[in-house]
Design a protein around this ligand. Structure first.
Ligand code: AMP
Length: 217
């Protein structure tokens, strides 16, 4: 099963992608996570992407599509993948179409997480995650059960993304509306697009996605 989760930053794509990964054994591919790993390692791609990401702009299409092509060829994608944060532009969507065609694969669903812009700044600016295992938390919505200790791995160090600052969030939202939202009609035209209410609780969003995947919605 091959899926795309589409929606603005902070819509909950990463959270839902992780849940789908656990449930179906298909790989979550987050181009944002991949780029952050490149930045951390100080690679050539990382050096190129760092400033762009800090400004809330999009990394050039050719860098991203080369990265994605290598990623989907890895063995953990054999059962399928969930794209989280890709494609983000029309050329990326076109590259994905040809990549899938060349490999004899198809997209099963494109799921839009619909969220009000007004809610996103608050959602994003409170985010932090465990520095060791990456599990996500939020100042207002999801603190670790024991303050300062990760529920999942017991880690005691946490980090916040450099681009989750309020001023950068505005630029990321602008990039979403200008460059990524036009993909919604593109996938609707292919008959692949379904929407869920991204303002609902995590469990409810997961339920709505489950209905789509089982063909009930
Ligand atoms: P995300 O973690 O998906 O919010 O992505 C964080 C940042 O990484 C974005 O604001 C972009 O600068 C960059 N990025 C991630 N995915 C892409 C993509 N598909 N195309 C271009 N830039 C991307």
């Amino acid at each position: 099963m091959n899926l795309i989760l589409l929606g603005p930053p902070g819509a909950g794509k990463g959270t839902q992608a992780k849940m789908l990964e656990d449930k179906f054994g298909i790989a979550q591919i987050s181009t944002g996570d991949m780029l952050r790993a490149e930045v951390k390692s100080g690679s050539e791609i990382g050096l190129r992407a760092k400033g762009i990401m800090e400004r809330g702009e999009l990394v050039p299409d050719e860098v991203i599509t080369a990265m994605l092509k290598a990623r989907v060829a890895r063995p953990d994608c054999a059962k399928g993948f969930i794209l989280d944060g890709f494609p983000r532009t029309a050329p990326q969507a076109a590259s994905l179409d040809s990549m899938l065609k060349e490999s004899g694969l198809k997209l099963d669903h494109v799921i839009e997480l619909k969220v009000d812009d007004a809610a996103l700044v608050g959602r994003i600016s409170g985010r932090f995650s465990c520095a060791k295992c990456g599990v996500g938390y939020h100042d207002s919505f999801k603190q670790p059960a024991k303050a300062g200790v990760c529920d999942s791995c017991g880690g005691t160090e946490f980090s916040r993304r450099a681009d989750d600052k309020a001023e950068t969030v505005a630029a990321r939202l602008e990039a979403y509306h200008r460059q990524t939202a036009p993909l919604l009609p593109y996938y609707a035209g292919q008959g692949k697009l379904k929407a869920v209410d991204g303002m609902a609780s995590m469990a409810e969003v997961a339920r709505q996605i489950g209905e789509i995947l089982s063909g009930k919605a």
